[in-house]
Design a protein around this ligand. Structure first.
Ligand code: NAD
Length: 212
């Protein structure tokens, strides 16, 4: 396949959402789908769907739309790494455990291979098949296992130290679930998800009566 330029972040996000919707569609026995049907599933416009899929260098036919199986495979070629990527979770509390359980056995290209915590009661326990190591061993295990992505689910006050340590260990991407905004070096891809901000934004628009 021809090497594509880097896609816009939002397109990559939507491609991941398309694939999830398409996998459900395919499991229900549907083999072809039109852009307006994908758009309807994700509450976006058909133009947006067509544009994203065109950016991947893929197209459907006017009469039958997209081949669902082929489209799932094309999205995989674009957004997945050839080799599977190893992920670790730092902070095995309520959220960390939920993430580990959610991912357990689900993704083939993204695998949570280790967890880390400072609480001795959690160290050397196994959560949904994932070993929890002492935080002191984080650098060693990340290097040994060639882990490339770290998910931070520690209390906010510890997030900055954890992310510094992740970067030193050679991590390439960080997903920060804590409300503390992080600063990482430019060669590390950082994504932050602050649930409270999202909820407060929704509450603001609900209060304004502006719900689209
Ligand atoms: P929690 O207190 O249940 O778990 C935090 C875990 O991190 C504990 O096991 C603790 O021992 C560990 N920890 C603390 N410092 C550490 C360090 N330096 N290295 C490794 N482990 C360390 O908290 P939680 O509810 O799971 O929330 C975790 C983070 O996610 C918080 O920052 C919280 O604001 C955020 N968050 C949580 C939720 C949720 O639904 N629980 C939702 C959104 C955001």
């Amino acid at each position: 396949m021809k090497e594509l330029n880097t896609l816009p972040e939002k397109t990559v996000e939507r491609l991941s959402q398309y694939r999830r919707a398409l996998l459900i569609t395919y499991a229900s026995g549907k083999s072809n789908i039109f852009s307006h049907e994908i758009a309807h599933l994700l509450h976006i416009t058909p133009v947006q769907v067509r544009r994203d899929i065109m950016l991947m260098g893929y197209s459907g036919t006017l009469r039958r739309g997209y081949d669902v199986k082929e489209l799932i495979a094309k999205i995989g070629e674009i957004i997945d790494n050839k080799a599977s990527q190893k992920v670790c979770v730092i902070g095995v509390g309520n959220l960390g455990r939920a993430i580990i359980s959610y991912f357990s056995g689900k993704r083939t290209k993204l695998t949570i291979v280790a967890a880390f915590d400072i609480n001795p009661e959690k160290v050397d326990k196994v959560y949904a098949g994932v070993h929890c190591y002492s935080y002191d061993r984080m650098q060693e295990i990340i290097k040994k296992e060639k882990i490339s992505i770290g998910i931070i689910t520690t209390p906010a006050e510890n997030a900055a130290k954890v992310s510094e340590s992740l970067v030193i260990a050679g991590i390439k991407g960080v997903l920060n679930f804590t409300p503390s905004s992080l600063n990482v070096s430019p060669h590390v891809y950082l994504e932050e998800y602050d649930m409270i901000t999202s909820l407060e934004k929704i509450a603001y628009f609900v209060k304004k009566g502006n719900t689209k």
